[in-house]
Design a binder for this molecule. Structure first.
Ligand SMILES: CCCCCCCCCCCCCCCCCCCCCCCC(=O)SCCNC(=O)CCNC(=O)[C@H](O)C(C)(C)COP(=O)(O)OP(=O)(O)OC[C@H]1O[C@@H](n2cnc3c(N)ncnc32)[C@H](O)[C@@H]1OP(=O)(O)O
Ligand SMILES: NC(=O)C1=CN([C@@H]2O[C@H](COP(=O)(O)OP(=O)(O)OC[C@H]3O[C@@H](n4cnc5c(N)ncnc54)[C@H](OP(=O)(O)O)[C@@H]3O)[C@@H](O)[C@H]2O)C=CC1
Length: 515
């Protein structure tokens, strides 16, 4: 019998960010392994014209939740969506709902955040710092609370090279930043933001670091733990391999590469690609929730959910496997044949951007214009290159994350829990994982049918022929222009032609003699 699964039985669990990538997988696993849990409260805002109920309905009716419905047929009754906007005071939760949350919650998983690298400082602080403080304040008023699990990121201290499972102090007190944002206007905030974030690469990682400090400062006598995942990727095993649902992190780049838009990347091939499957992170979260509640460690423990020091994979290996998978299961209607050119050199990267990205986009837009259609490729390419530039920091460096606490926890679990809540990334086979990942991107993000693979392969063959034809034509045009302008090129040309002619005459003469 799983002790962790039993622990969540009969519990009321509060999840923020339940509509996000991590939150959905967390809910799915909770319902599947502890169908006897009492209720999951989720703090949700209406979005994209959908009410809370519609959002919940959509999640529960997705493929991700197919297994849950077999194990826990009354899952609809066990989710309680509470209207909340985490960027508002008191989260804009109604008094009645707040009362229920305060009096019933046993465990909190705080996943909500803005994960945009380029968010405004004001919004990122509101969500990643102030909301965390507000939630801790609520937690301190919950008499039945057993554990508060805060989800941070392994990159919250990416200004360091070696990162331990400890909370590092930030140069500026979070409280001072929160207070100053109240009276500074937006223009000034954006002006001071680069000075505040110093050697952090973006607002996101900086505000996540501030969020951790807030957790440390406001922990009071709560049982708190922090989990720091690295780059969260598709599911490894559960509920099925390859599930993804947004374009964040590597997902968007896999699409861009598979569709042939992105053929070169400024990346350090030997740098560690610290991906961690989302189900591994979720298993660790649930194990940490149990351990924090039952064993009540004296201090706030930090757990790294990373792969680099236990089972490293580098960007080169990853790129090669992604490309190999594109060969087997290509994406439909590719713009060009997928190809990978990793370079860590600035100049070479600029060159590839011009030749492999911008030039084909301009040529294609000319073609669209000539055929009376609206040009769109240059805009799309600029968008992709902007995204790539935002992610470059993370694919050109390696970090060392220690994982003592995570390994300690692994050894504390019973064999059954180690199986049901497996977060031992040493068992991960990267080649298999990446293949399933790419397949998942095709099926769940692009919604492409496997029946379309033969046509996709045909399309790639056509693209290859067009590529050869285009290159030959280009070569001939350049050569013809050179001959017209340079005596030297003409001499070389006549030399080659006369050499070929002599060779052919000799070959013909010797074959006539043999007869
Ligand atoms: C040689 C080439 C390839 C070779 C072979 C294949 C190799 C492939 C191997 C895999 C590649 C490896 C690269 C991995 C890099 C991973 C780095 C991840 C770093 C994580 C560090 C921290 C992790 C975390 O803690 S948090 C989670 C990470 N957060 C994010 O990923 C958010 C990042 N996104 C943003 O901040 C914004 O979207 C931004 C700034 C990139 C763009 O903002 P903008 O306002 O300009 O546009 P949007 O409105 O947001 O989007 C416009 C448009 O772009 C699409 N899009 C968004 N994100 C991505 C993306 N990551 N990749 C591709 N496309 C993306 C978005 O859907 C929109 O499309 P529409 O059609 O207009 O809707
Ligand atoms: N994905 C990754 O690679 C990594 C993620 N993390 C951390 O994991 C956590 C979850 O990330 P992930 O699931 O990928 O992110 P998503 O962007 O998929 O999900 C973010 C969640 O936060 C919610 N949210 C955002 N703003 C508000 C708001 N104002 N009010 C209420 N809810 C809000 C979103 O709700 P809505 O659906 O309404 O937008 C969504 O449910 C974050 O803390 C992130 O920092 C850490 C390392 C890597």
């Amino acid at each position: 019998m799983s002790m962790i699964a039993a622990f969540y039985g009969g519990k009321s669990i509060l999840i923020t960010g339940a509509t996000g990538f991590l939150g959905k997988v967390l809910m799915e696993k909770l319902f599947r392994t502890s169908p006897d849990l009492k209720v999951i409260y989720i703090l949700v805002r209406p979005k994209a014209g959908q009410t809370l109920q519609q959002r919940v309905f959509q999640i529960l009716n997705s493929k991700l939740f197919e297994k849950v419905k077999e194990v826990c047929p009354n899952v609809h009754e066990k989710i309680r969506a509470i209207y909340a906007d985490l960027s508002q005071n008191d989260f804009a939760i109604s008094k009645e709902d707040m009362q229920e949350l305060l009096s019933c919650t046993n465990v909190i998983f705080h996943c909500a955040a803005t994960v945009r690298f380029d968010d405004t400082l004001r919004h990122a602080v509101q969500l990643n710092v102030t909301a965390t403080r507000q939630l801790l304040l609520m937690a301190s008023q919950m008499p039945k609370l057993e554990a508060f699990i805060h989800i941070s990121t392994a990159y919250s201290n990416c200004n360091l090279k070696h990162i331990d499972e400890v909370i590092y102090p930030c140069p500026v007190e979070p409280k001072k930043i929160i207070d100053s944002l109240e009276w500074l206007d937006d223009a000034i905030i954006e002006e001071i933001a680069p000075k505040l974030i110093r050697d952090w690469p973006n607002i996101y990682t900086y505000t996540k670091a501030l969020g951790e400090m807030v957790v440390q400062q406001e922990s009071r006598n709560l049982n708190i733990a922090i989990i720091r995942p690295s780059i969260v990727g598709a599911t490894w095993q559960e509920p099925f391999p390859g599930w993804v649902d947004n374009v964040n992190g590597p997902n968007g780049l896999i699409i861009a590469a598979g569709k042939g838009f992105l053929r070169a990347l400024k990346a350090t091939p030997k740098a560690v690609a610290d991906l961690i499957p989302v189900d591994t992170v979720v298993n660790l979260m649930l194990a940490v929730g149990w351990y924090t509640a039952v064993h009540r460690p004296k201090s706030t423990l930090v757990y790294h959910s990373t792969s680099g020091n236990l089972n490293p994979c580098n960007w080169h290996k990853m790129g090669v496997q992604v490309l190999a998978t594109f060969e087997k299961i290509p994406f439909e209607r590719a713009f060009r044949r997928p190809y990978a050119n990793f370079t860590s050199n600035n100049f070479t990267s600029q060159y590839w951007n011009a030749v492999s990205h911008r030039a084909p986009a301009i040529i294609y837009d000319c073609y669209l214009r000539l055929t009376g259609r609206k040009p769109r490729m240059t805009k799309l390419m600029n968008q992709i290159l902007r995204t790539v530039s935002m992610l470059e920091y993370f694919i050109n460096r390696s970090w060392e994350w220690s994982t003592y606490n995570t390994e300690m926890l692994m050894s504390e679990l019973s064999p059954e829990d180690q199986r049901v809540f497996n977060f031992d990334v040493r068992q991960l086979n990267w080649l298999e994982y990446i293949e399933n990942y790419v397949l998942g991107v095709k099926k769940y993000l692009l919604k492409e049918d496997m029946a379309g693979i033969p046509e996709a392969k045909q399309h790639l063959k056509r693209l290859r022929n067009i590529h050869y034809l285009f290159n030959t034509a280009l070569f001939l045009i350049v050569w013809r222009l050179l001959i017209a302008r340079s005596q030297m090129a003409r001499n070389v040309w006549f030399f080659i032609v006369s050499f070929c002619y002599k060779f052919l005459s000799y070959f013909r003469a010797s074959s006539t003699l043999k007869v």
